[in-house]
Design a protein around this ligand. Structure first.
Ligand code: FAD
Ligand code: UDP
Length: 394
């Protein structure tokens, strides 16, 4: 019946399902344990009629023309440049911390002298990871730069990171580099070439991707309810009958292998949605609160979607420990030992593929245990499709 089974309907699973069914006419079954498609990018209209993102704010950006053009087959776009304000000492300043933030927090003369030093050492327009800025300021032995770097580290990054991850920033490989200090007046959160929001939302985009009679979707189903994989021999049965084909797996890799090497840890979140009877509630789409409250940030969805409505819905994000079967595994925790554990699973997946008549593809944020953006995942899926087209197992 099915040539391909896809576990999970986020971008990783949906892009491959779309490509395999539309280009290669494969018959695809998607198994999704949630009651909806779209993975973490899912959005919906709440009871007030406001479009909200169920799993936190999703802003699309990419430097890949291929990814942008691919998605453009399924959506029109609203041009959008994401801006974030962080509450520092009672003042709302742009993050990434930039020269405007500097002038908002320091007297003009101090700010001017710091700007000159920063530009002299790093160059105007540079984007510097905060841990690098701290290190270089230390090495230079310039006490003004040192105290600025420490100020930004402590006020913008340290408490936010402790709240979000319950880990010290130095332990988290690459995480702080996502939001570098910016030596310019550019208040945008991202500097990617393409930045836009899907005009009718993400879920509509997913519907368009998956609208094909060769794609069947089984919602509300953990794949283990209908698909049995012998992880030693690679034999597979689907609905109780032997099956072979292409199995694209986008769920957590440790769950697939029955936690053989132990659990891969994640951070979870709790979103508290509030609707207010005002047109706008925040001064930006996202406001970060590094040093106050138990939540890290508030998102006002209307500022992302440009919806006109007399009311507004916002979401407060509370970081949580991940407890399997209780909440959702949102963020892989990129500590050294976790990445090592993931490598054991990755190797296990390779061995499984060597033995099996079924081709197993582990792809996406959960299956590769990587802090991917939507664009990263779509690019990975498009590349994987190209590999499949060239492979003889297809
Ligand atoms: P997912 O979207 O997680 O999809 C995996 C799917 O597999 C899920 O639907 C899940 O239910 C299903 N599944 C899992 N296990 C099973 C099982 N056992 N059986 C059946 N189905 C299963 N990226 C951006 O580019 N911009 C942003 O602004 C952005 N903001 C984010 C904010 C938050 C709070 C989070 C958590 C992520 C954000 N991301 C953002 C990242 C983005 O969500 C991911 O890159 C993207 O969703 C990854 O797609 P995926 O298909 O790998 O995984
Ligand atoms: N971060 C921070 N302060 C901020 C914004 C970000 O310390 O004001 C750090 C924090 O560790 C966070 C990481 O940078 O988890 C990545 O931020 P990003 O906004 O990319 O997080 P995401 O949108 O993926 O949750």
């Amino acid at each position: 019946m099915f040539d391909v089974v896809v576990v999970g309907s986020g971008f990783a699973g949906s892009v491959l399902a779309e490509r395999l069914s539309n280009v290669l006419r494969k018959r695809v079954l998607i198994i999704e344990k949630r009651p909806h498609i779209g993975g973490n990018s899912y959005d919906y209209y709440n009871e007030e009629g406001l479009l909200v993102h169920k799993y936190g704010p999703h802003v699309f950006r990419t430097n890949s023309k291929e990814v942008f053009e691919y998605l453009s087959k399924f959506t029109e776009w609203i041009p959008y440049q994401h801006k974030v304000l962080a509450n520092i000492n009672g003042t709302k300043v742009p993050v990434p911390f930039n020269l405007n933030s500097l002038y908002k927090l320091f007297p003009a003369e101090t700010a001017r002298s710091l700007e000159l030093k920063l530009v002299k050492h790093f160059g105007y327009g540079t984007r510097i990871p905060i841990l690098k800025l701290k290190k270089v300021a230390d090495e230079l032995g310039d006490k003004d730069l040192k105290s600025l770097a420490n100020f930004v580290y402590e006020k913008v990054y340290l408490n936010y990171t402790l709240k979000q991850w319950e880990e010290s920033p130095e332990e988290l490989i690459g995480v702080l580099d996502r939001v570098p200090v910016v030596l310019s007046r550019d208040n945008r959160y991202f500097n990617d070439k393409y930045q836009a929001m899907p005009k009718y939302g993400y879920t509509t985009l997913f519907y368009k991707m998956l609208l094909n009679p060769n794609i069947k979707i089984l919602l509300n189903t953990d794949y283990k309810e209908v698909l049995e994989v012998d992880i030693d021999t690679g034999e597979v049965s689907l609905f109780g009958k032997p099956w072979k084909g292409i199995l694209i797996y986008t769920g957590p890799i440790d769950y697939f292998f029955d936690y053989e090497f132990g659990e891969l840890p994640y951070r979870s979140l709790e979103f508290k949605f509030e609707t207010y009877n005002v047109e706008y509630f925040l001064d930006a789409a996202v406001e970060n609160y590094p040093n106050e409250y138990d939540f890290t940030r508030i998102t006002e969805f209307k500022r992302l979607t440009f919806q006109k409505h007399p009311k507004t819905t916002v979401a407060y994000e509370y970081p949580r420990k991940y407890i399997p079967s209780k909440n959702e595994p949102y963020y892989p925790i990129p500590r050294k030992e976790n990445l090592r554990r993931y490598q054991l699973y990755n190797e296990r997946a390779r061995l499984l593929n060597n033995k099996s008549k079924t081709r197993f593809i582990f792809i996406g944020r959960l299956a590769e245990y990587k802090y991917y953006t939507m664009s990263d995942v779509i690019q990975r899926a498009l590349d994987e499709f190209k590999k499949l087209m060239g492979a003889n197992k297809i």
